[in-house]
Design a protein around this ligand. Structure first.
Ligand SMILES: [Zn+2]
Length: 588
């Protein structure tokens, strides 16, 4: 592959391979800008930490691979296609915002790969529908475990739909893959890397496997309890022999059920084959879950590397508190989250921290996300007012704006190609908006009404593409105002233009703006009196504006003019819609 050879030339120039005491020795890979450049040993490529750069197709992206704790070039096994396995929910309770954060962050990465880097992403999301916690919940409630898992799986996907997390390509359930799990385990036993014990359980033999401990330095070994059926302390269960009162399936080792780790390995291998490009999960899954998945798959497929790239999302914390988790009783469900904040606010909140970092969920951090949303919305509103001819201002610096737009596009793509750095990408968008706002500041109408609508349309179009298509954060578009213009042959837009103009004149009168511009000589006492007399008019203007806002029509006052746009309705409208939906649900 051309790209691989290129990398080889680069590396071999810098990495000396030399013989020492008769053995082949190789220096560490070259580190440049925190990227590990792998090197060649025999016919294969390795990084400094034993990771193998796949022979594949370069995506132009570097990604932090948790298996080596370094950024490495992202190469896919097939051109234009990326296979991704994500550990999914254990469906015994409602998803909380810690889950929401991780899945929204991975959704943003998936959209970046798809929409910005033109990769066809095939994503599997494994659903754990049999597990200790599920069995305990079913026993506590005295119901069949399937009733619980079906309910919470549906709720999980409904929650994810609300958060605009794209559905996975396939969402395999463990209980529907029991035969594949059993045959997977049989093959590992045949290779003498797993063994069955007297209670009907099967364990993975980490000592016989010999390559255990890829992901983290292994914790200190604790002594095996005397009654343990395992051979080695680190061996883990692939199959669990049945205990009284538990659901079970038939197997060559008697009645039992799968262990947690084996399900992801077996389902991913059954659907995606012997090697995958990417695997994701929360950082707490790195060890032992992902270590075990990798070990089982390398054993089953007889390979040194099953998954090429491991990515992990940082946890969500409430300020000063520990990680949010169901076992700590400090969770906020997705429904509770969406009662407080819009999906747009939460998705923007997710963009404002790197996906790998720990995130603090606080009123301040959500207020920051909301302030950014308002900033973008206000800019788009002004830009559309300018494009529609409502907002008149002096000539725009078209050359400067075009240059800034080109720089922003380049900076955003470069930031996202660098381990999905959404924080830097969003900063670039804010800089573009700051320049746009500066240009749109209304100047006296007499100066100029030169039009540079094309440039402003290009900027708005890019912001919509990035924020909506890539990040799935929505804003009212110029089409909303345009559609109002088309309704009733443009009469509605004409009415809006007239009433906004009338309100502007009334407001100017109330604020004594005509007197000021006419340089009328008024004493301070006269001004005060006139303001008092005209104050009710100002109140009517404010009331009129807030009434229109409730139905999604926004009036904005500038120096010397007022503009209008179509946007989101107010919280009262949202409350009405919600109440309407709820009453419809009750009726059905
Ligand atoms: Zn998993």
């Amino acid at each position: 592959m051309a790209a691989t050879r290129c990398m080889g030339c680069l590396v071999l120039r810098h990495v000396p391979v030399f013989r020492s005491h008769g053995r082949l020795a190789i220096s560490r890979g070259v580190h440049q800008a925190n990227v590990v450049y792998p090197f060649m040993l025999g016919k294969r490529w390795f990084s400094s930490k034993g990771w193998i750069l796949p022979e594949g197709y370069d995506t132009g992206i570097t990604i932090y691979n948790s298996a080596v704790k370094e950024k490495v070039p992202l190469k896919t096994l097939q051109p234009g296609l990326l296979t991704w396995y994500s550990c999914g929910p254990t469906v015994y309770d409602s998803a909380h915002i810690g889950h929401a954060l991780a899945y929204v962050k991975f959704d943003i990465i998936r959209r970046i790969l798809t929409k910005m880097f033109d990769l066809n992403v095939v994503m599997l999301l494994g659903v754990t529908d049999i597990d200790d916690k599920i069995i305990r919940r079913a026993q506590d409630l005295g119901v069949d475990f399937r009733g619980i898992t079906k309910y919470y799986e549906e709720e999980f996907f409904t929650d994810m739909d609300k958060l605009r997390v794209m559905r996975p390509t396939v969402a395999p359930r463990v209980t529907e893959h029991i035969p594949h799990i059993i045959s997977f385990i049989e093959k590992v036993i045949e290779k003498k890397l797993a063994y069955s014990v007297s209670d009907g359980s099967v364990y993975f033999d980490t000592v016989a496997y010999g390559k255990y401990g890829k992901m983290v330095p292994l914790p200190k070994i604790t002594d095996l309890p005397k009654d343990s059926l395992k051979k080695n302390a680190r061996d883990f269960a692939l199959w669990k022999g049945v205990k009284p009162g538990e659901p079970f399936w038939d197997s060559p080792w008697g009645h039992g059920r799968p262990g947690w780790h084996i399900e992801c390995s077996a389902m991913a291998s059954h659907i995606l084959g012997s090697q995958i490009d990417l695997h994701s999960g929360g950082i707490d899954l790195l060890f032992p879950h992902h270590e075990n998945e990798e070990a089982q798959c390398c054993a089953y497929h007889t390979c040194d590397q099953w998954c090429n790239y491991w990515i992990h999302a940082g946890h969500l914390h409430t300020k000063g508190a520990e990680k949010m988790s169901k076992s700590l009783y400090n969770t906020i469900s997705v429904s509770e989250l969406l009662e407080q904040h819009s999906v747009n606010s939460f998705r923007l909140f997710c963009l404002l921290s790197h996906y790998r970092n720990k995130v603090d969920y606080t009123p301040t951090s959500m207020a920051q996300a909301n302030a950014h949303l308002r900033r973008i919305r206000a800019f788009l509103q002004d830009a559309y007012a300018y494009i529609n001819g409502q907002l008149k201002c002096g000539p725009l610096d078209e050359v400067g704006l075009k240059k800034k737009l080109a720089e922003t596009r380049a900076k955003v793509k470069k930031s996202l190609a660098d381990d999905m750095d959404t924080v830097r990408a969003f900063d670039a968008v804010l800089e573009l908006i700051a320049l746009g706002n500066k240009e749109l500041q209304t100047k006296p109408q007499s100066m100029s009404i030169a039009r540079s609508a094309g440039t402003m349309v290009s900027i708005c179009s890019y912001i919509h593409y990035l924020m909506e298509d890539v990040f799935s954060i929505t804003f009212p578009s110029v089409h909303d105002a345009a559609s109002l213009s088309l309704e009733s042959g443009g009469r509605l837009a004409g009415v809006m233009n007239s009433v906004v103009s009338l309100r502007h004149q009334v407001r100017s009168y109330a604020l004594l703006q005509d007197e000021n511009s006419a340089k009328a000589v008024l004493t301070t006492a006269e001004k005060k009196l006139r303001r008092q007399e005209r104050a009710p008019l100002l109140n009517y203007c404010d009331e009129f504006r807030s009434n229109l806002q409730k139905i999604g029509l926004h009036i904005k006052d500038h120096a010397g003019t007022s503009s209008w746009s179509v946007g989101e309705g107010s919280s009262e409208t949202d409350k009405f819609k919600k109440a309407k939906d709820e009453s419809a649900t009750v009726k059905s």
